[in-house]
Ligand binder design. Sequence first.
Ligand SMILES: C[S@@+](CC[C@H](N)C(=O)[O-])C[C@H]1O[C@@H](n2cnc3c(N)ncnc32)[C@H](O)[C@@H]1O
Length: 298
Amino acid sequence: MVLTAEEFSLFRHLIYHEAGIYFKESRKDFLENRVFRRIGATGLRSPYQYYRFITNGGRAELMNLLDILTVNETSFFRNRPQLELFRTIILNSIIRKRNEDGQKKIRIWSAGCSTGEEPYTISIILQEGISDAANWDIRIHASDLSLSALHTANRAEYDAAKVLTTVDDSYIARYFVRVPAISAGSPEAATPSGGRGKKELYRFKVKDAVKKQVVFDFHNLKNASGYVNLDVIFCRNVMIYFDEEEQKKLIYKFYEGLNPGGYLLLGHSESLQGWKTRFEFVYSNKGTAYRKPEEEEG
Ligand SMILES: C[S@@+](CC[C@H](N)C(=O)[O-])C[C@H]1O[C@@H](n2cnc3c(N)ncnc32)[C@H](O)[C@@H]1O
């Protein structure tokens, strides 16, 4: 089953308009496969009929389509050099500043958080890096467009193999608990994993001390978020799916949402190089970030 050139163009435009995600010609097969999957699930007969259905008020179905079009690949402690920069330079500067002004408060946004590994990693780093973390008002807003990814994030249970290969043993001991693999509400629990063809007997659940700092929310990055006065924004491996126009709009929104001196962290293949922005580039030991200046230009 194939989409005609006109049908591809209709869906491509719709998805770009709704979510900022731009489908290049080279990803037509992927889009086609997902559209036909949803046509089958809804019982509709043709791509055009399906298109008419979602554009005539079928918002819930549009969300289903967007959900299966997103790429949710992620992992705990992804891009370690950048996280090291966050743990040292960025976190220390926030702690210093807040100790000076007496407001022990940190606000971070993980934009495009997928299944939760990124915000939970941030939460662990904060627990480790702030000696009196219990006395601080810490919130990590974590948002995504994919409802199924957010559902997994909220459940906070992960395949043992995924955790064991990405998280240090000492952190696993401190911040995770083992739970039986086959538990209510974990549909993927009994699937083989780790490439060893064995069914896992247990999974790892993120402990409450880590989870309680994270607030998950549905948010489409095409829209205004309402998040302001942020110290750090992580938006990693999300902008790559947008075209340049949408990327620039997003960067502007991030700039507005940050406190003076706040930081923006992008994915390792994403950069602001060659763009006119006020962000200052920060580099340390292969880790990169962008800093909003303390003083606005007059
Ligand atoms: C590849 S994952 C990156 C996850 C994590 N930030 C990381 O680097 O490991 C990209 C995420 O961006 C989300 N996304 C894509 N377009 C979005 C949009 N318009 N609004 C919000 N989230 C979006 C996807 O649903 C997906 O979960």
